[in-house]
Design a binder for this molecule. Sequence first.
Ligand code: XMP
Ligand code: MG
Length: 190
Amino acid sequence: TPAAVLGPDHGYGPDIDHVLLSEEQIQAKITELAEQVARDYEGREVLLVGVLKGAVLFMSDFARALRLPTQMEFMAVSSYGSSTSSSGVVRILKDLDRDISDRHVLVLEDIIDSGLTLSWLLKNLGGRRPASLEVCALLRKPDAIKVEVPVRYVGFDIPNEFVVGYGLDYAERYRDLPYIGTLKPEVYEK
Ligand code: XMP
Ligand code: MG
């Protein structure tokens, strides 16, 4: 993809190896997902639960694209493990502010890698007796799945490589990129 088409790179350009999904592709997919969700939830009030921090940009764009009244809640979890892989042992850093019983909950996730984090989260949220509980993930890495998780809506299936941008970080950087890409190997050596 030519640099001009990608738009602002916030100065990260030199660190990016290749762009996987352009801003335009991401936004078009969000519109598509939002239309599907709006049809499925017609007449119901949706409670969007965003998983911090990765899903912040997705939540912001998705909530605006979704032509339904929604409320937003955020949860922050951390899975013990290295910065680039998760262990499935999850700790709540920030819980929801409100009770979700009898609510139609749609969890917004940035990426499903092994599925361990989401699997834990669904058990946790499911125990709070929501009226319904579904997941909308922007990205999924089918080759990395360790546990099957029922995901109703998926934006893109991507190869099993570490990606950054559009909410996704490496060492807290690159979340603010409007596109999704991979990093040059030398970035990890710094
Ligand atoms: P699991 O393996 O539990 O992981 O499905 C989900 C969480 O791991 C992080 N993750 C990534 N973060 N680029 C990132 O910046 C990636 O390629 C990536 N893969 C997994 C992310 O926090 C996600 O919620
Ligand atoms: Mg991260």
